[in-house]
Design a protein around this ligand. Sequence first.
Ligand code: HEM
Length: 402
Amino acid sequence: MTPEAVPLGGPRFQTEPARLYREMRRDHGAVTPVVLDGDVPAWLVVGYRELHQVTGDPVLFSRDSDLWNQWDLIPDDWPLLPMIGRKQPSILYTVGERHRERAGMISDALEAVDPFELRGHAERFADELIDGLCTSGEADLIGQYAMLLPVRVLARLYGFSDEEGPGLVTALNDMIDGRERAIAGQTHLATSMAQLLADRKADPADDVVSRMLQDKSGFTDEEMMNDLMVMMAAGHQPTADWIGNSLRLMLTDSRFAASLFGGRNSVAEAMNEVLWEDTPSQNIAGRWASRDTQLGGRRIRAGDLLILGLQGANSDPQVRTDASALTGGNNAHFSFGHGEHRCPFPAQEVAEVIARTGIEVVLDRLPDIDLAVPADSLTRRPSPWLRGLTALPVRFTPVPAL
Ligand code: HEM
């Protein structure tokens, strides 16, 4: 790895990521050498074309982490292990035909979710959360709302009881932020999933887990459990951040603020703009080169780790010559990935319904909502990975619970 490597961490990923990615591209090109916690080297792919190449060629740029040429450097308690883990039997690390079968099983189980029922669950949980805060006239829409909503809806779809939701939220957040409580969070999640699988095996119901268990491709319990972990973790946090980042945009940008009182189109527009400009899936790990190759003028060695710089690629000046022109109804962004390992389409739809419902319920129930702090005092979680607000303090005229 080259000595010029940029640390993949630090305050600028929170405070000014757009400028940071511009500088990376200017100083290092579309494929930037980076170092992760513990001086572990990797490449961050911030070019749109290069990211297309990486995600479109799952054989050359594999999901198989066994290929990594840095395993000797990685301690057992490395905080990023839950995210860039040793090969686990989950869909994320499966390749080839078996991956296609597995993605099919998950897609089928999610596709069978009735969109009206889904909308109903999302509305019910959103209303419950708003009931808990609407009489006070002030709230933090991240801690009291966005971070509690997607997991509750997903837990319901998958087959969990409502009471298990809050424990799962804490465990997930700890795991995804990759800090000292990461491993404990992962353990809590895994135990809950194992229990749910056992319960549904004994007593099938009309839910996602029961449908996965009916799949005939012969996946083991361990494989299913790992997939459920992914579906919960990969589902909750980015959807919560999508809600938070979109509400922030609507509350701080006059183009949207003016329409808070009426225009529903503006919700979809804000959500799409967020996926281009302020995506929850800022950087995602990763792919491993299966042989020596070239990418964006860089020499990539067999076993090198490539991190998908989704936000960097979304704002690549090569595709964004006029920054505002592409956002509108255009969804050629990378926020859901691309290629065989992209976010499954039915999962994207579930996320969209949850996020959109979550935002609409806030606007319907708290029509004169406004930021309670100056916009420039809002802060992001200290993570170069999933991008979301630490808090979104708002005030509004108190209204009675439903
Ligand atoms: C209900 C919500 C969601 C569920 C259940 C879900 C589930 C999944 C699953 C199972 C995968 C792995 C696919 C594979 O390896 O074949 C995945 C990948 C991915 N998801 Fe989602 N997801 C959800 C929401 C989101 C949201 C809101 C975003 C971002 C805005 C997102 C971004 C991604 C990305 C970028 C990948 C690809 C990672 C890669 O290429 O390595 N997902 N998702």
